[in-house]
Design a protein around this ligand. Structure first.
Ligand code: ARG
Length: 460
């Protein structure tokens, strides 16, 4: 037999590079704290159920606590020969307390152990992600409140469409984040389930108490099926798909920050703190952080595709393929948290150039819908009104004149029922102000939306 933990039925050792290929210790050591927590809960359960005598369980508990201290002090050394975090920690425990360490694995398998670790790992990080989303929502809400009445062009097809409130624009992202947050909260529910005690795949003949260990680990529920418990990675898939949707939102937001701070738009300026210069062009101020967030969405989508593909053809229960579940999850965790924090910082510190936004509205035809609506309200069928307004826009383009600058006589030539009050209808401010349908960009509606958002956040 070989010196491996499972070496009993083996006569030959793999070569080092083969061990290296199979090992996960390079990355799963990120779950060392969770592995020790899981082991502590398991051995406390073994003691409670008298599967292990109290004095032996206590030795193991003390040993695990020593390892916790050493981990915190960065004093643990892991080896490739011990393959993964589970066997590394068991080997280290044996060094601490001797052969009694071998009793820890009674009524347990690495299969329920690794699943437990990943659940614990993600549960903790999900809470951080949710907090970071909340902080970005707060930043957006505060900025939106300041800019409820700041006008900007609203776009479709990246062409001026209709004037909107900048606060309304910001609140659109708040709403997306509200859904993202809900998705991660739901994800937390599916992560808060204990696989511990499922053992290798079929449960165990020992009189274990799964409730007890789950309680120790603060899990709300137990997996009701041992095969499912060790095979389920839905909670990780959910995390990666939620993270992907989140990154779609952040990426779209960042794309607009990048556009808005370009010379051609000039609607905002990002703080120096979130911008970089050029090594050759002295005048440059680049929105690097926003670009990088836009770019990092790619790796998150990759993480999701990677795990979907790993899992799709796997027979139940554990297969070594599942070792590939972790790196994508770790990568997504360490990517989305700083992305959220940087977005929060950028929102909090950006300068709004309301004069530039307003100027963009004084020199466009984004009030053409106002003219069509004005005519429709006089009883002209909307299709006809649309055509009259369109013709006036065409004249305006040819004669370099905006609708609001055309003399009343020219307007009346196109449609005799037009009166002096048309100019009020054509002002961008009134165009926004008068949009008072539920959820619209009108100031009153934006104010209500913000009030409602505050109420929702008060319950977070
Ligand atoms: N390192 C393994 C993983 O990450 C732990 C579980 C191994 N279980 C097994 N039966 N080989 O998935």
């Amino acid at each position: 037999s070989t010196h491996k933990l499972w070496g009993g039925r083996f006569e030959k050792q793999p070569e080092h590079w083969v061990d290296e290929f199979g090992a996960s210790i390079f990355f799963d050591q990120l779950m060392a704290a969770e592995d020790l927590e899981g082991s502590l809960a398991h051995v406390k359960m073994l003691k409670h159920t008298k599967i292990l005598p109290a004095n032996e369980a206590d030795q193991i508990i003390a040993g695990l606590q020593t390892l916790q201290e050493k981990l915190a002090a960065n004093e643990l050394e892991f080896t490739v020969e011990n393959e993964d975090i589970h066997m590394n920690l068991e080997a280290l425990l044996t060094k601490e307390i001797g052969p009694v360490a071998g009793k820890l694995h009674t009524a347990r398998s690495r299969n329920d152990q690794v699943a437990t670790d990943l659940h614990l790992y993600l549960k903790k990080r999900l809470k951080t992600v949710i907090t970071c989303i909340t902080e970005l929502q707060s930043a957006l809400l505060a900025k939106a409140e300041l800019h409820q009445e700041t006008l900007m062009p609203g776009y479709t097809h990246l062409q001026h469409a209709q004037p909107i409130s900048y606060g309304h624009y910001l609140m659109a992202y708040w709403q997306m984040l509200k859904r993202d947050r809900e998705r991660f909260c739901f994800n937390l529910k599916h992560t808060d389930i204990s696989p511990l005690g499922a053992a290798a795949l079929a449960g165990t003949t020992f009189p274990i108490d799964r409730e007890y260990s789950a309680n120790e680990l603060d899990f709300s529920e137990l997996y009701a099926n041992s095969l499912d418990a060790v095979s389920d990675r839905d909670f990780a898939l959910e995390f990666l798909s939620n993270a992907s949707i989140l990154m779609v939102h952040l990426s779209r937001f960042c794309e607009e920050l990048i556009l808005w701070c370009s010379y051609e738009f000039g609607y905002i300026e990002l703080s120096d703190q979130y911008s970089t210069g050029s090594s050759i062009m002295p005048q440059k101020k680049n929105p690097d952080m926003a670009e990088l967030i836009r770019g990092k969405s790619g790796r998150i989508f990759g993480d999701l595709m990677g795990l979907l593909t790993v899992l799709k053809g796997l027979p139940l229960a554990y297969n070594k393929d599942m070792q590939e579940d972790k790196e994508g999850v770790f990568d997504a965790v360490k990517t989305i948290i700083p992305c959220l924090k940087i977005c929060t910082g950028m929102v909090e510190t950006l300068t709004v150039k309301d004069d530039k936004m307003a100027h963009a509205l004084d020199n466009d035809f984004s009030n053409a819908t106002e003219l069509a609506d004005y005519l429709a309200k006089q009883g002209i069928p909307f299709r006809k009104a649309h055509e009259i307004a369109g013709k006036l826009v065409l004249t305006g383009i040819k004669e370099h004149q905006n609708l609001q600058d055309m003399p009343l006589e020219s307007l009346q030539q196109a449609e005799p029922t037009i009166k002096d009050d048309v100019y009020a209808a054509l002002s961008p401010k009134n165009a926004v102000l008068r949009r008072n349908s539920y959820g619209a960009t009108g100031f009153e509606q934006v104010k209500q939306q913000i009030a409602q958002a505050k109420q929702i956040m008060a319950n977070y």
